[in-house]
Each structure stands twice: as structure tokens, then as C-alpha cells.
Ligand binder design. Structure first.
Ligand code: AGP
Length: 609
């Protein structure tokens, strides 16, 4: 995720660009930049680090100009650096572009452009767009941009500016947001409404495939073929704070709803079109590399550790490599048995968790190969690990991790299938079936989020109970752990998760009349077993909420309430099963009046031991 702004009008552009970027810093904050046309040429100022660094830079060397574009970056292709910051320019410096998204075919385009003599200055996917527009410009900016849009594949919100026609800004979007703010004799562009709300409340929300040409006095919206689109003005009624959360009450619920997109982006470019293979350009492992891995240790904290628990099932069952999972704060104090035939996988949303970083260093010291799964490009963990697989969830602001968890599951599943393919441990038809199923996940997650009313009602009904138990078997047990953590950390209800077969070894003593038990029953292999555990707790008068898959007609007979997730493969179900549990925790916290985004005693990133 990145943030984009643009201005054209009679006022100075820079103050709006900086002010707008400040409002978009939640979308990314590893570098920032602006490009302003000063009447003769375009001046680009950009810098790695927080926006305040850029702000100081432009204060010291202000550029007067009434048209400009800006960007705050959340690195995807290319580490955070001055060169990789946006805006990007072509060879002549006369075309500038800012981008939010991923250009999937950039390598191919880059090769073609280099062969034609274009010189690249960054490692980003975006820079190809600036060179392409230079390549296609023949005196008509609009036509050149249209041609660029017809060549690029992937997701984008793009804004273009050129010295050749400085009286206009052009923008377009596909799968990433772009809003146009309509002023009097001036117009604005932004990734999100908070950036423009102090200037105007009249907007056009661009749809996928649309392109707009902005001048001081007009905004023309068309499709990519140039056919005009009749846009309705969307009047914003939210206050500025609500606008930052996209109209949601909290970042947590916003991030829960961002999961379909985050899941899709984490798979982007990593699944063969014909479903036959997982592609990991960033790993490029050979069969020999994989044969040399005798054991995998997965190390992480909190939610990321719970993702690792799911990862153990994935890797062991699909790739048939033994896996140990450890909490990072324990790992380095237990003299772990790790050597050069061990692959250590560390998982961390922030990439800055101190315990995880220290465990990674310890695994390296012991000779292990290391791989990080993280959401933050250029983070300490990403820099320390031998190799990195990024989750493309975008910045996660709420303390309670949601979209980071589901994308970590997707990354682990991709990795397991990649290992399984290289080891020949999976039958090609089964691989196809799973990849096909993965491609359905974003749509299924979306479907789950369409009707949250019943979950809200359970949360209201049971929100004031003192204890809740989560039970499950196999992969459902791993998801139960995450469900109970979510409930504890934001609603402060005491919650425990158990492998359902373990209850009778002690905890069953706590099951008394009216205690809510959330029973996850999505795993067909152990379905009969979980049903008998449900009977055990029902016999002690617990109230049971069963979470099962659509098509399961039996579950309702055994439980008090049912939540059904879309039908999917047993390996894919954790990505969906956790969503109602996140919602349950969220609405329980709301019912209890808790501060959802900033739960007591907790911090988003724990950089102390
Ligand atoms: C869960 O909701 C948490 N906020 C917490 O457990 C978190 O997952 C943990 O601190 C690890 O953080 P990381 O993924 O950034 O390393």
C-alpha cells in the first residue's frame, strides 16, 4: 500500500502535497517524494525515511509551482531508498509518475525498454511506467498514457505529469483506490478521502479501468479506450478522523475487511496461470536446495506464532519435512538443535519484533539457512534473513493483527506447496486442486464478510461472560489458538484454546452451565472426533457455537448456534475460519466498550525483550 496525491490549480502545490501525504502516512511511510512543475521544468524531491525528512528538505529548498504530485511509499519492489522512492522519472526527466500497486509484467517491459536504450535508476516496478510514457509520447499526453495502460498488467493507481503538457494531470486505477477532489478552479487527486477532506467534500471515486484528465477547471473521466464516463459526484459527510479509517469505526474492522484484497495480493504473481505450480521468483530454489533441508524450525511471537502452528501442518503434510514451532522468546534460551541442514523460518508482521530478530540471529549463528516471512520491506528482520517472502497485506495499524495473519497463512501455504513441488511430494492433480482453491479464497473471504449480523448478535449475547473456550482438532486447533488470542487481547475476556481431545485431561472441570465454547469443525478427517468433544461439553451444559463449512447439515443438531464458512479444502479453511473469530472478538470488545485499536498494556510492535 502507498499513498498518492496530486494538485492542479492557482495555489502553491507543495503545501497541499505535504499536508495530503501526512494524512496518507497510514498507507505507508518508508519514503516519500513530490514533483512540482515550476513553470519551466519539473522538480523532484524525494527521500527515504518518514515524511518529516522530506518536509524539512522542501522547506529548505522550496519550489514554487501550481501543479504537482506526491507519494508516500510502502516498499514492494525494491528496498526503501532514495532511488526507489517515488516520483519516478523517465530518461529525460520530463515525465513523472507516482504509483500504488504492483506492475506484474515489469521485468519483461524493463528488458524491452533497456534494449531500446532506456536507462533505469531504481529497482522498482514503477519506473517502467515513466519510461513507457516517454517511449509512446508523440505530442499527445493522453494517447501516450492510454497506450501505457494497455501494456501494463497488475494492480495500480497511477498519476502522471509531464513538462510537455503541464496544464494537466492524468490518472488511472485498477484494483487500488483513487479519489478526485473537485474544487473551484482547482482539482485534487488522492488515494483516500482524508487527504482532501480539508479542501473539498465533492469527489469522484474512480472505478477500475477508468482514467481521468484533470486541468484547473475541468475533470474528464473516461474508460481506457477514451469513451467518456458520466461520473456522479460523491459528497463526503464523514468527519476527518472517520475518513482516515475509510468510514470504518476502527482500524481493526477496516483491516478485517481488507483481507480479501490482502490475500489476493499475497498470491499475485506467485501462482501459475494454469494452476500447475507455485512460483517464487524471490527464492529460486532447486531440488538439491530442498533435499538439503532435513528439518525446519518456525520461530515467531503471538499471532505470527499461531500462523507458524498452521505452517507446521502445511509443511509436514504437504512437503513431508519435519517442523518444530517455537515462540521466539523461548527459542534462543533452549540450546536449539539447529545446524546447516536446518531451515529457520521466522514470521513477523512488523519485521521489528526483538524476540524474533534475536531468534533469527541465533539460528544464523548456529549455521541454519534463514527465511523471513514479513510484511515490511526493508525491516530489520527482512535485512537480517538470508531470504525473504513478503506478505502484501499493506500497513497494519490496529494492535490486533488480522490481515497479517491471513496473509501469513497464504505465504506459508505457498511455501509448503513450493517445497512439496520441488521434493516431488505432491501429486500434480492435488497441487492443481489446491492452487485452484487458493484462487477462490479472496472471493470466499469477501462472501464471509458480507453478512456479519449473526456474529454481532452472538457477541452482544455473550460479550459479558467471564470465560470462553475454543476447541478444535488438527488445523482447527491451530486456528483456535488465534481465535482465543484475538478475544483476550481486545475484549479482555479470559479465553483458552484447546486441542479438543485434551479437554478431558483437565480443563473439562471448568466447563459448567452457560460457559461459551467455540467449536471449530471444518476438518473432515477428524469430524467424528470433534463431534464427540462437542457432546462432552454439551453434557456439561456449555453453550456451543459451532464453526463448520457450508454443506455440513449435521453440525446444527449438536450445537446451539452455527457459523458456516464457504466450502473449501481442509488446508485452505484456516484462512476463512479465522475471519468469524476476528469479528467475534471485535464485536465483543465493542459490546464491552473496550478501546479496540489500542488495547490496554499492548503495543503494535514489541521491540523490547
Ligand atoms: C496479535 O494480535 C499481536 N498484536 C501480537 O501477538 C503480534 O502478532 C506479535 O507481537 C508479533 O508481532 P510481529 O508479527 O510484528 O512480529
Amino acid at each position: 500500500m502507498c499513498g498518492i496525491v496530486g494538485y492542479i490549480g492557482p495555489k502553491q502545490a507543495t503545501p497541499f502535497l505535504i499536508e495530503g501525504l501526512k494524512k496518507l502516512e497510514y498507507r505507508g511511510y518508508d519514503s516519500a517524494g513530490i514533483a512540482v512543475f515550476d513553470g519551466e521544468k519539473i522538480n523532484v524531491d524525494k527521500s527515504v525515511g518518514r515524511l518529516s525528512i522530506l518536509e524539512k528538505k522542501v522547506e529548505q529548498h522550496p519550489v514554487a509551482g501550481q501543479v504537482g504530485i506526491g507519494h508516500t511509499r510502502w516498499a514492494t519492489h525494491g528496498r526503501p531508498s532514495d532511488a526507489n522512492s517515488h516520483p519516478h522519472t523517465d530518461c529525460t526527466g520530463k515525465f513523472v509518475v507516482v504509483h500504488n500497486g504492483i506492475i506484474e509484467n515489469y521485468l519483461h517491459l524493463k528488458e524491452k525498454l533497456i534494449a531500446k536504450g532506456h536507462v533505469f535508476k531504481s529497482e522498482t516496478d514503477t519506473e517502467v511506467v515513466a519510461h513507457l510514457v516517454e517511449e509512446y509520447y508523440q505530442g499527445n499526453f493522453e494517447e501516450a498514457v492510454k497506450r501505457v495502460l494497455s501494456e501494463i498488467e497488475g494492480s495500480y493507481a497511477l498519476v502522471f505529469l509531464t513538462e510537455h503538457e503541464p496544464d494537466k494531470i492524468i490518472c488511472s486505477k485498477q484494483d487500488n483506490p483513487l479519489v478526485i477532489g473537485l474544487g473551484e478552479g482547482e482539482n485534487y487527486i488522492a488515494s483516500d478521502i482524508p487527504a482532501i477532506i480539508s479542501r473539498t467534500r465533492k469527489t469522484y471515486i474512480l472505478s477500475d479501468g477508468e482514467m481521468a484528465v484533470l486541468t484547473r477547471d475541468s475533470v474528464w473521466v473516461m474508460n481506457r479506450q477514451g469513451v467518456p464516463v458520466n461520473k456522479k459526484v460523491f459528497e463526503v459527510h464523514w468527519d476527518a478522523e472517520a475518513a482516515e479509517k475509510g468510514g470504518y469505526e476502527h482500524f481493526m474492522i477496516k483491516e478485517i475487511y481488507e483481507q480479501p484484497k490482502a490475500i489476493r495480493e499475497t498470491m499475485t504473481g506467485r501462482l501459475a496461470k494454469d494452476d500447475s505450480a507455485v512460483l517464487f521468483d524471490e527464492l529460486k530454489w532447486t531440488e538439491d536446495d530442498v533435499a538439503a533441508i532435513h528439518k525446519i524450525v518456525v520461530v515467531a511471537c503471538g499471532t505470527a506464532y499461531h500462523a507458524g502452528m498452521v505452517g507446521k501442518y502445511y509443511i509436514e503434510q504437504l512437503a513431508r519435512i519435519p517442523v518444530e514451532v517455537d515462540v521466539a522468546s523461548e527459542f534462543r534460551y533452549r540450546s536449539p538443535l539447529v545446524d546447516e541442514n536446518t531451515l529457520a523460518i521466522v514470521i513477523s508482521q512488523s519485521g521489528e519484533t526483538l524476540d524474533t530478530l534475536a531468534a533469527l540471529k541465533e539460528a544464523k549463528r548456529l549455521g541454519a539457512r534463514t527465511l523471513a516471512i514479513t510484511n515490511v520491506v526493508g525491516s530489520s528482520i527482512a535485512r537480517e534473513a538470508d531470504q525473504v517472502v513478503y506478505t502484501w497485506a499493506g500497513p497494519e495499524i490496529a494492535v490486533a493483527s488480522t490481515k497479517a495473519y491471513t496473509t501469513q497463512l497464504v505465504a506459508l501455504l505457498l511455501l509448503s506447496l513450493y517445497l512439496a513441488g520441488l521434493k516431488g511430494a505432491i501429486n500434480p492433480d492435488r497441487l492443481k486442486e489446491l492452487i485452484h482453491g487458493m484462487k477462490e479464497l479472496p472471493g470466499q473471504a469477501h462472501e464471509l464478510l458480507e453478512d456479519v449480523q449473526p456474529i454481532k448478535a452472538f457477541a452482544q449475547q455473550y460479550g459479558f461472560c467471564e470465560d470462553v473456550f475454543f476447541i478444535g482438532r488438527a488445523l482447527d486447533y491451530a486456528v483456535a489458538l488465534e481465535g482465543s488470542l484475538k478475544l483476550k487481547e481486545i475484549s479482555y475476556i479470559h479465553a483458552e484454546a484447546y486441542a479438543a481431545g485434551e479437554l478431558k485431561h483437565g480443563t473439562l472441570a471448568l466447563i459448567i452451565e452457560g460457559v461459551p465454547v467455540i467449536a471449530l469443525a471444518t476438518q473432515r478427517d477428524v469430524y467424528e472426533k470433534i463431534l464427540s468433544n462437542i457432546k462432552e461439553v454439551k453434557a456439561r451444559d456449555a453453550v456451543v457455537i459451532g464453526v463448520a463449512m457450508k454443506g455440513d447439515d449435521a453440525i446444527a443438531k449438536y450445537v446451539d448456534h452455527t457459523i458456516l464458512i464457504p466450502a473449501t479444502d481442509k488446508f485452505l479453511s484456516p484462512v476463512l475460519t479465522v475471519i468469524p473469530l476476528q469479528l467475534l472478538a471485535y464485536y465483543a470488545a465493542i459490546t464491552r466498550g473496550a478501546d479496540v485499536d489500542k488495547p490496554r498494556n499492548l503495543a503494535k510492535s514489541v521491540t523490547v525483550e
